[in-house]
Design a protein around this ligand. Sequence first.
Ligand SMILES: Cc1ncc(C[n+]2csc(CCOP(=O)(O)OP(=O)(O)O)c2C)c(N)n1
Ligand SMILES: [Mg+2]
Length: 357
Amino acid sequence: MPRKTLQTFEIQYLQVMDCDGNVDKRLMPALSHQQIKELYEFMVLVRTFDDKAFKLQRQGRLGTYLQVKGQEASQVGAAYALKDEDWLFPSGRDVGALITRSHPLHMLFQYRGGDERGVKAPEGLNNFPITIPVSTQIPHTTGSAWASKMLGEKVVHMALFGDGATSRSDFHEGLNFAGLFRVPAVFVCENNGYAISLPRVRQTAAETLAQKAFSYGIDGIQVDGNDVFAVYSAAAHAVEKARQGEGPTLIECITYRAAGHSTSDDDLKYRNKKEIEEWQKKDPIERLERYMRGNNLLTDKSRDDVLKRTRQRVEKAVEDYENVAPPRPRDLFTNTYARPTNELKEQMNEFTEGPDG
Ligand SMILES: Cc1ncc(C[n+]2csc(CCOP(=O)(O)OP(=O)(O)O)c2C)c(N)n1
Ligand SMILES: [Mg+2]
């Protein structure tokens, strides 16, 4: 057996569209004009939702919120590559992917308002609940993909997670198992430069995060995560490969967290304005707009229409969210175990009254 050398593990970096919106036609994925417009509208919807969520938190109408801002291309591009029957395993920041996967907007507000019922996907939507413990959704994805493989289903399972997640054991266990059993999974790492206040360079000595795939015998690729065409292209390729039984892929999206870690953060304590402004020039939505304007897919009028439509949808979702009846206190007990213990039953009867209690 020939020995593999480090050179064998060359990392590919995919960029289809530059910051000015020029695309390399040879690399452009097969997307119709309608699909490009749809991708754009999803990205605008995600940002509109995100801005609103931030404001609601500041007004005391929402709990802690993790903004997507800056990562719309990574989340929308990756999730858009899935079919309805595929599964998505999101992290706390991945509301953009969930929106692309039709998760009702008001339920996402509900979840961030502290009501867990908001992440229970409506019947027929194959979205796992958001996981808050960093990277634990990765072994879930592998396990679920393994189940599909054993059942002979042609269903793909996609995990989304951050750069920080690649330092945790769940990432390594999940990828090791996925590689060994060649499960139909796609692992999308949104390298947004930070894990809370810890910069990527202090996260790991590895030169890239994509190369971690090679330790587990799976393919790894880096893409420009602010280029929706590159993300979609890599994700669509990986999804198709997984569906054909050719194993998992790790995609590292190089992107930037344009907002603080969460609404409880003051990011200027650990990074400077200049860095934020530099990345602003690579904004994923503005970049796509430049491409679309240059290709007669967007005008001032059609942009205004998109903004108006997305604002209306988000405002309606806020109204619906604020009209949801609060959960019953007894749900705290009934949702904990399939069969509550006698002690829990006693406590439930002591603390709640009647069917709505
Ligand atoms: C197991 C675990 N440890 C610590 C935390 C606290 N925590 C929440 S988010 C986060 C950083 C995650 O960084 P990254 O994976 O890069 O994702 P990002 O927040 O940048 O999207 C940490 C440490 C947690 N939620 N779970
Ligand atoms: Mg991060």
